[in-house]
Design a protein around this ligand. Structure first.
Ligand SMILES: Nc1ncnc2c1ncn2[C@@H]1O[C@H](COP(=O)(O)OP(=O)(O)OP(=O)(O)O)[C@@H](O)[C@H]1O
Length: 327
Protein backbone atom coordinates (compact mmCIF):
# COMPACT_ATOMS: atom_id res chain seq x y z
CA UNK A 1 0.00 0.00 0.00
CA UNK A 2 2.77 2.43 0.99
CA UNK A 3 6.39 2.19 0.01
CA UNK A 4 9.01 4.65 1.09
CA UNK A 5 12.22 4.07 -0.82
CA UNK A 6 15.53 5.49 0.35
CA UNK A 7 14.00 8.85 1.18
CA UNK A 8 16.10 11.77 2.28
CA UNK A 9 14.56 15.10 3.21
CA UNK A 10 16.55 18.23 3.85
CA UNK A 11 15.15 21.60 4.83
CA UNK A 12 17.09 24.62 3.57
CA UNK A 13 19.07 26.62 6.08
CA UNK A 14 17.15 29.36 7.87
CA UNK A 15 19.13 32.51 8.67
CA UNK A 16 22.19 31.78 10.86
CA UNK A 17 21.27 28.11 10.92
CA UNK A 18 22.42 25.01 9.13
CA UNK A 19 20.61 22.83 6.63
CA UNK A 20 18.44 20.31 8.52
CA UNK A 21 18.42 16.73 7.28
CA UNK A 22 15.15 15.50 8.76
CA UNK A 23 15.18 12.09 7.03
CA UNK A 24 18.31 10.16 6.12
CA UNK A 25 17.69 7.32 3.69
CA UNK A 26 14.41 6.03 5.12
CA UNK A 27 12.85 2.91 3.58
CA UNK A 28 9.56 1.49 4.75
CA UNK A 29 6.85 -0.85 3.53
CA UNK A 30 3.29 -0.64 4.87
CA UNK A 31 0.84 -3.29 3.67
CA UNK A 32 -2.85 -2.72 2.97
CA UNK A 33 -4.82 -3.15 6.19
CA UNK A 34 -1.83 -2.67 8.50
CA UNK A 35 -2.13 -0.59 11.64
CA UNK A 36 1.37 0.77 11.56
CA UNK A 37 2.87 2.72 14.45
CA UNK A 38 5.82 5.07 13.97
CA UNK A 39 7.47 5.85 17.28
CA UNK A 40 10.23 8.30 18.04
CA UNK A 41 11.35 11.13 20.24
CA UNK A 42 10.73 14.74 19.30
CA UNK A 43 12.74 15.72 16.22
CA UNK A 44 13.24 12.10 15.05
CA UNK A 45 11.53 12.88 11.74
CA UNK A 46 8.09 11.30 12.25
CA UNK A 47 5.99 14.27 11.15
CA UNK A 48 8.20 14.86 8.14
CA UNK A 49 7.71 11.25 7.11
CA UNK A 50 3.95 11.53 7.53
CA UNK A 51 3.79 14.75 5.51
CA UNK A 52 5.66 12.98 2.70
CA UNK A 53 3.02 10.24 2.67
CA UNK A 54 0.23 12.66 1.78
CA UNK A 55 2.27 14.86 -0.52
CA UNK A 56 2.45 17.87 1.81
CA UNK A 57 6.23 17.60 1.44
CA UNK A 58 8.33 16.21 -1.38
CA UNK A 59 11.44 14.10 -0.77
CA UNK A 60 14.84 15.62 -1.55
CA UNK A 61 15.75 12.19 -2.91
CA UNK A 62 14.10 8.79 -3.03
CA UNK A 63 10.46 7.98 -3.71
CA UNK A 64 7.15 7.69 -1.85
CA UNK A 65 4.58 5.38 -3.42
CA UNK A 66 0.99 5.22 -2.17
CA UNK A 67 -1.32 2.71 -3.81
CA UNK A 68 1.08 2.35 -6.75
CA UNK A 69 1.39 6.09 -7.40
CA UNK A 70 4.54 8.06 -6.80
CA UNK A 71 3.05 10.87 -4.72
CA UNK A 72 5.82 13.39 -5.33
CA UNK A 73 5.50 13.09 -9.10
CA UNK A 74 1.77 13.61 -9.42
CA UNK A 75 0.48 16.69 -11.22
CA UNK A 76 -1.64 18.94 -9.02
CA UNK A 77 -5.03 17.59 -10.12
CA UNK A 78 -3.92 13.98 -9.69
CA UNK A 79 -2.36 14.83 -6.34
CA UNK A 80 -5.64 16.38 -5.20
CA UNK A 81 -7.51 13.20 -6.14
CA UNK A 82 -4.88 10.95 -4.53
CA UNK A 83 -5.06 13.01 -1.33
CA UNK A 84 -8.81 12.50 -1.10
CA UNK A 85 -7.96 8.84 -0.54
CA UNK A 86 -5.53 9.70 2.26
CA UNK A 87 -7.29 11.01 5.37
CA UNK A 88 -5.43 12.70 8.18
CA UNK A 89 -6.15 13.49 11.82
CA UNK A 90 -4.09 15.75 14.04
CA UNK A 91 -3.10 16.23 17.67
CA UNK A 92 -4.86 19.59 17.83
CA UNK A 93 -7.76 18.51 15.59
CA UNK A 94 -7.45 21.39 13.04
CA UNK A 95 -11.21 21.93 12.91
CA UNK A 96 -12.88 24.97 11.40
CA UNK A 97 -14.08 26.86 14.45
CA UNK A 98 -16.73 28.91 12.68
CA UNK A 99 -18.42 25.80 11.28
CA UNK A 100 -20.65 23.37 13.14
CA UNK A 101 -19.76 19.71 13.57
CA UNK A 102 -21.95 18.84 10.58
CA UNK A 103 -20.37 21.56 8.44
CA UNK A 104 -16.85 20.48 9.41
CA UNK A 105 -17.55 16.93 8.31
CA UNK A 106 -19.22 18.16 5.11
CA UNK A 107 -16.22 20.32 4.19
CA UNK A 108 -14.07 17.72 2.33
CA UNK A 109 -17.16 16.52 0.49
CA UNK A 110 -17.88 20.08 -0.67
CA UNK A 111 -14.28 20.39 -1.83
CA UNK A 112 -14.66 17.12 -3.73
CA UNK A 113 -17.68 18.66 -5.53
CA UNK A 114 -20.35 16.27 -4.19
CA UNK A 115 -24.06 17.14 -4.49
CA UNK A 116 -25.86 18.52 -1.42
CA UNK A 117 -28.11 15.48 -0.98
CA UNK A 118 -25.17 13.10 -1.13
CA UNK A 119 -23.25 15.26 1.34
CA UNK A 120 -26.16 15.34 3.81
CA UNK A 121 -26.60 11.58 3.67
CA UNK A 122 -22.91 10.86 4.04
CA UNK A 123 -22.52 13.27 6.95
CA UNK A 124 -25.42 11.58 8.77
CA UNK A 125 -23.74 8.20 8.40
CA UNK A 126 -20.41 9.59 9.62
CA UNK A 127 -22.00 11.40 12.57
CA UNK A 128 -23.60 8.17 13.64
CA UNK A 129 -20.39 6.21 13.16
CA UNK A 130 -18.41 8.45 15.49
CA UNK A 131 -21.28 8.78 17.98
CA UNK A 132 -21.95 12.49 17.47
CA UNK A 133 -25.43 12.58 15.90
CA UNK A 134 -26.72 14.50 18.92
CA UNK A 135 -24.02 17.16 18.58
CA UNK A 136 -24.33 17.79 14.84
CA UNK A 137 -25.19 21.47 15.29
CA UNK A 138 -22.65 22.22 18.02
CA UNK A 139 -19.53 24.26 17.33
CA UNK A 140 -16.09 22.79 18.04
CA UNK A 141 -15.60 25.14 21.02
CA UNK A 142 -18.60 23.45 22.69
CA UNK A 143 -17.06 19.97 22.47
CA UNK A 144 -14.70 17.98 24.68
CA UNK A 145 -11.28 16.98 23.33
CA UNK A 146 -12.47 13.46 22.56
CA UNK A 147 -15.53 14.76 20.71
CA UNK A 148 -13.34 17.15 18.71
CA UNK A 149 -11.16 14.23 17.66
CA UNK A 150 -14.28 12.28 16.69
CA UNK A 151 -15.20 15.16 14.37
CA UNK A 152 -11.65 15.02 13.00
CA UNK A 153 -12.02 11.30 12.35
CA UNK A 154 -15.42 11.70 10.66
CA UNK A 155 -14.06 14.48 8.46
CA UNK A 156 -11.00 12.40 7.55
CA UNK A 157 -13.25 9.49 6.54
CA UNK A 158 -15.65 11.59 4.46
CA UNK A 159 -14.17 10.64 1.09
CA UNK A 160 -13.75 6.95 2.01
CA UNK A 161 -9.95 7.03 2.15
CA UNK A 162 -7.79 3.92 1.79
CA UNK A 163 -5.28 5.29 4.28
CA UNK A 164 -5.73 7.24 7.49
CA UNK A 165 -2.69 9.09 8.81
CA UNK A 166 -2.82 9.92 12.52
CA UNK A 167 -0.38 12.58 13.71
CA UNK A 168 -0.14 12.24 17.52
CA UNK A 169 -3.93 11.96 17.41
CA UNK A 170 -4.32 11.07 21.08
CA UNK A 171 -1.45 13.07 22.58
CA UNK A 172 -3.71 15.92 23.71
CA UNK A 173 -6.26 13.58 25.30
CA UNK A 174 -6.54 12.07 28.78
CA UNK A 175 -5.95 8.30 29.10
CA UNK A 176 -9.61 7.36 29.17
CA UNK A 177 -10.45 9.44 26.10
CA UNK A 178 -7.33 8.08 24.39
CA UNK A 179 -8.60 4.55 24.96
CA UNK A 180 -12.01 5.41 23.49
CA UNK A 181 -10.51 7.06 20.40
CA UNK A 182 -8.18 4.09 19.85
CA UNK A 183 -11.17 1.77 20.20
CA UNK A 184 -13.05 3.79 17.57
CA UNK A 185 -10.07 3.66 15.18
CA UNK A 186 -9.81 -0.09 15.66
CA UNK A 187 -13.53 -0.58 14.96
CA UNK A 188 -13.28 1.52 11.79
CA UNK A 189 -10.28 -0.53 10.75
CA UNK A 190 -12.21 -3.76 11.28
CA UNK A 191 -15.23 -2.48 9.36
CA UNK A 192 -13.41 -0.95 6.39
CA UNK A 193 -9.98 -2.59 6.23
CA UNK A 194 -8.45 0.90 6.05
CA UNK A 195 -4.68 1.16 6.41
CA UNK A 196 -3.80 3.16 9.52
CA UNK A 197 -0.49 4.91 10.08
CA UNK A 198 -0.05 6.39 13.54
CA UNK A 199 2.81 8.51 14.69
CA UNK A 200 3.21 8.70 18.40
CA UNK A 201 5.74 8.94 21.17
CA UNK A 202 3.67 6.59 23.32
CA UNK A 203 4.35 2.87 23.20
CA UNK A 204 1.04 2.35 24.98
CA UNK A 205 -0.75 3.54 21.82
CA UNK A 206 1.27 1.13 19.68
CA UNK A 207 0.55 -1.69 22.07
CA UNK A 208 -3.16 -0.90 22.09
CA UNK A 209 -3.81 -1.13 18.36
CA UNK A 210 -0.82 -1.57 16.03
CA UNK A 211 0.27 -4.79 14.35
CA UNK A 212 3.52 -3.39 12.96
CA UNK A 213 5.81 -0.59 14.03
CA UNK A 214 8.93 1.37 13.22
CA UNK A 215 11.13 3.21 15.68
CA UNK A 216 12.80 6.40 14.44
CA UNK A 217 15.79 8.26 15.76
CA UNK A 218 17.86 11.02 14.15
CA UNK A 219 16.04 10.85 10.81
CA UNK A 220 16.47 7.07 10.47
CA UNK A 221 14.42 3.98 11.13
CA UNK A 222 16.38 2.09 13.75
CA UNK A 223 13.99 -0.83 14.23
CA UNK A 224 10.99 -2.09 12.31
CA UNK A 225 8.75 -5.15 12.40
CA UNK A 226 5.82 -6.88 14.05
CA UNK A 227 4.74 -5.22 17.30
CA UNK A 228 4.58 -8.55 19.09
CA UNK A 229 8.14 -9.49 18.12
CA UNK A 230 9.57 -6.07 18.98
CA UNK A 231 7.85 -5.94 22.38
CA UNK A 232 9.13 -9.42 23.11
CA UNK A 233 12.66 -8.87 21.97
CA UNK A 234 13.60 -5.22 21.30
CA UNK A 235 16.99 -4.80 19.64
CA UNK A 236 17.84 -1.12 19.49
CA UNK A 237 18.63 0.91 22.63
CA UNK A 238 16.04 3.54 21.66
CA UNK A 239 13.33 0.86 21.41
CA UNK A 240 14.40 -0.58 24.76
CA UNK A 241 14.19 2.88 26.31
CA UNK A 242 10.69 3.44 24.92
CA UNK A 243 9.58 0.10 26.31
CA UNK A 244 11.04 0.98 29.70
CA UNK A 245 9.21 4.28 29.77
CA UNK A 246 5.99 2.54 28.83
CA UNK A 247 3.10 3.25 31.13
CA UNK A 248 4.85 4.99 33.97
CA UNK A 249 1.82 7.19 34.11
CA UNK A 250 -0.25 6.45 31.08
CA UNK A 251 -1.21 2.85 30.52
CA UNK A 252 -0.82 1.12 33.82
CA UNK A 253 1.48 -1.73 33.01
CA UNK A 254 4.50 -3.03 31.20
CA UNK A 255 4.09 -5.79 28.68
CA UNK A 256 6.64 -8.46 29.48
CA UNK A 257 5.50 -10.37 26.43
CA UNK A 258 2.20 -9.96 24.58
CA UNK A 259 -0.43 -11.35 26.90
CA UNK A 260 1.54 -10.58 30.04
CA UNK A 261 2.14 -7.43 32.01
CA UNK A 262 3.38 -6.36 35.40
CA UNK A 263 1.61 -3.59 37.24
CA UNK A 264 2.02 -2.00 40.64
CA UNK A 265 -1.04 -0.88 42.55
CA UNK A 266 -2.13 0.25 45.98
CA UNK A 267 -3.15 -2.60 48.27
CA UNK A 268 -6.64 -1.25 48.80
CA UNK A 269 -7.23 -1.28 45.03
CA UNK A 270 -7.02 -5.07 44.80
CA UNK A 271 -10.84 -5.48 44.71
CA UNK A 272 -10.82 -3.79 41.29
CA UNK A 273 -8.62 -6.60 39.98
CA UNK A 274 -10.91 -9.17 41.58
CA UNK A 275 -13.86 -7.78 39.63
CA UNK A 276 -11.87 -7.80 36.38
CA UNK A 277 -10.80 -11.41 36.97
CA UNK A 278 -14.44 -12.39 37.40
CA UNK A 279 -15.45 -10.96 34.06
CA UNK A 280 -12.46 -11.86 31.87
CA UNK A 281 -10.33 -14.94 31.12
CA UNK A 282 -7.36 -13.38 32.81
CA UNK A 283 -5.33 -14.08 35.92
CA UNK A 284 -3.65 -11.74 38.36
CA UNK A 285 -0.77 -13.09 40.47
CA UNK A 286 0.74 -11.17 43.35
CA UNK A 287 4.49 -11.10 42.83
CA UNK A 288 5.77 -8.67 45.44
CA UNK A 289 5.34 -5.69 47.66
CA UNK A 290 5.57 -4.84 51.33
CA UNK A 291 2.96 -4.20 53.99
CA UNK A 292 4.47 -1.43 56.08
CA UNK A 293 1.44 0.63 56.97
CA UNK A 294 2.83 3.54 54.96
CA UNK A 295 0.66 6.65 55.18
CA UNK A 296 0.15 6.89 51.43
CA UNK A 297 -0.85 3.23 51.15
CA UNK A 298 1.19 0.08 50.66
CA UNK A 299 1.80 -1.10 47.13
CA UNK A 300 1.89 -4.54 45.62
CA UNK A 301 3.18 -5.83 42.33
CA UNK A 302 0.84 -7.91 40.25
CA UNK A 303 1.57 -10.08 37.23
CA UNK A 304 -1.21 -10.10 34.64
CA UNK A 305 -1.60 -13.06 32.29
CA UNK A 306 -4.09 -13.88 29.55
CA UNK A 307 -4.87 -13.46 25.88
CA UNK A 308 -3.03 -10.43 24.50
CA UNK A 309 -6.28 -8.73 23.54
CA UNK A 310 -7.74 -9.16 27.04
CA UNK A 311 -4.57 -7.95 28.72
CA UNK A 312 -4.62 -4.82 26.56
CA UNK A 313 -8.25 -4.21 27.39
CA UNK A 314 -7.67 -4.68 31.08
CA UNK A 315 -4.68 -2.32 31.09
CA UNK A 316 -6.80 0.26 29.32
CA UNK A 317 -9.63 -0.17 31.81
CA UNK A 318 -7.26 0.07 34.73
CA UNK A 319 -5.99 3.26 33.27
CA UNK A 320 -7.23 6.08 35.45
CA UNK A 321 -9.02 3.77 37.88
CA UNK A 322 -6.01 2.24 39.52
CA UNK A 323 -2.97 4.21 40.39
CA UNK A 324 -0.16 2.04 39.15
CA UNK A 325 3.33 2.12 37.89
CA UNK A 326 6.05 -0.23 36.79
CA UNK A 327 9.40 -0.34 38.45
N1 LIG B 1 9.58 23.03 7.81
C1 LIG B 1 10.75 22.80 8.43
N2 LIG B 1 11.82 23.60 8.22
C2 LIG B 1 13.01 23.35 8.82
N3 LIG B 1 13.24 22.30 9.63
C3 LIG B 1 12.22 21.47 9.88
C4 LIG B 1 10.93 21.67 9.29
N4 LIG B 1 10.11 20.67 9.72
C5 LIG B 1 10.85 19.88 10.53
N5 LIG B 1 12.12 20.35 10.62
C6 LIG B 1 13.23 19.75 11.38
O1 LIG B 1 13.33 18.40 10.96
C7 LIG B 1 13.64 17.55 12.07
C8 LIG B 1 12.55 16.48 12.17
O2 LIG B 1 11.33 17.13 12.54
P1 LIG B 1 9.93 16.37 12.63
O3 LIG B 1 8.90 17.39 12.99
O4 LIG B 1 9.73 15.56 11.41
O5 LIG B 1 10.21 15.39 13.86
P2 LIG B 1 9.16 14.65 14.80
O6 LIG B 1 9.77 13.35 15.10
O7 LIG B 1 7.83 14.67 14.17
O8 LIG B 1 9.17 15.56 16.08
P3 LIG B 1 7.91 16.16 16.88
O9 LIG B 1 7.30 14.99 17.58
O10 LIG B 1 8.54 17.15 17.80
O11 LIG B 1 7.03 16.79 15.85
C9 LIG B 1 13.73 18.47 13.28
O12 LIG B 1 15.08 18.78 13.49
C10 LIG B 1 12.94 19.69 12.87
O13 LIG B 1 13.43 20.82 13.54
Amino acid sequence: MIQVKEVTKTYPAQKNQQVVTALKGVSLQIERGDIFGIVGHSGAGKSTLLRLLNGLETPSSGAVMVDGKEISRLASKELRLARQKIGMIFQHFHLLWSRTVRENIAFPLEIAGKAKKEIDEKVDVLLKRVGLSERADAYPSQLSGGQKQRVGIARALANDPDVLLCDEATSALDPETTASILRLLKEIHQETGITLVLITHEMSVVRAICNKMAVMEGGKIVECGEVEAIFKNPQHPVTKQFLKELTVSDASGETVRPGQATIEIKLDQLPVLRKLAQTRPITFRLTGGEITGAADGDRVRVHVDGEQEHVHQVLQELNGEVESRVE
